[in-house]
Write a protein that binds this ligand. Structure first.
Ligand SMILES: CC(C)(COP(=O)(O)OP(=O)(O)OC[C@H]1O[C@@H](n2cnc3c(N)ncnc32)[C@H](O)[C@@H]1OP(=O)(O)O)[C@@H](O)C(=O)NCCC(=O)NCCS
Length: 140
């Protein structure tokens, strides 16, 4: 039995646990420094990092959320493998959606790496759809 997930904004004390979660979930890649990502996003007016905690386990889930004044974005959606299939991924995404909705943002988007095929089914299951857009990028 997994218990009830509590969701709140990340605090400094969560930094180690959330980085460990992201590594365990395969979300840390050489071109993104997790500490820099946390510093840029956590506790800002237009962005935050939400963590899901269980009383007996601490941080077991996360979602980074933010908006650019037009669209909302989710990143680092993660659930500890030991606590998957309990609905926590859905709850974290819904919390991110609510965060955006509360700020007047009408559409949420996220990027799925081409190699991450398994996660597409998860997003489709919770009501998301592939966007008929091409994403362009440039490193600054
Ligand atoms: C994707 C992830 C967050 C899902 O977390 P989770 O807590 O297991 O998901 P949930 O239990 O909330 O699942 C919600 C629904 O999606 C389904 N689902 C979850 N993962 C799935 C998968 N890989 N394939 C198909 N369906 C999936 C569940 O069965 C559930 O369906 P239901 O409505 O019939 O109950 C988790 O697997 C994860 O952390 N993956 C690694 C990190 C990652 O890739 N993040 C996304 C970056 S874009």
């Amino acid at each position: 039995m997994d218990g009830t997930l509590s969701i709140r904004a990340l605090t400094d004390a969560d930094r180690g646990s959330v980085k460990a979660l992201w590594i365990t979930c395969g979300l840390v890649v050489p071109y993104n420094d997790p500490d820099a990502d946390i510093d840029l996003a956590a506790g800002r007016e237009n962005s935050d990092i939400l963590v899901g905690t269980l009383a007996d386990h601490g941080v077991v889930a996360s979602a980074m959320v933010g908006h650019d004044g037009h669209r909302g974005w989710l990143y680092y959606v993660a659930v500890d493998p030991a606590h998957r299939d309990a609905g926590f991924g859905r709850v974290m995404v819904r919390a991110g959606e609510d965060w955006l909705r509360a700020r007047g943002i009408r559409k949420a988007q996220l990027l799925v790496r081409k190699t991450n095929t398994a996660v597409r089914a998860f997003y489709e299951r919770i009501g998301w759809a592939e966007s008929p857009r091409t994403v362009m990028e440039r490193w600054l």
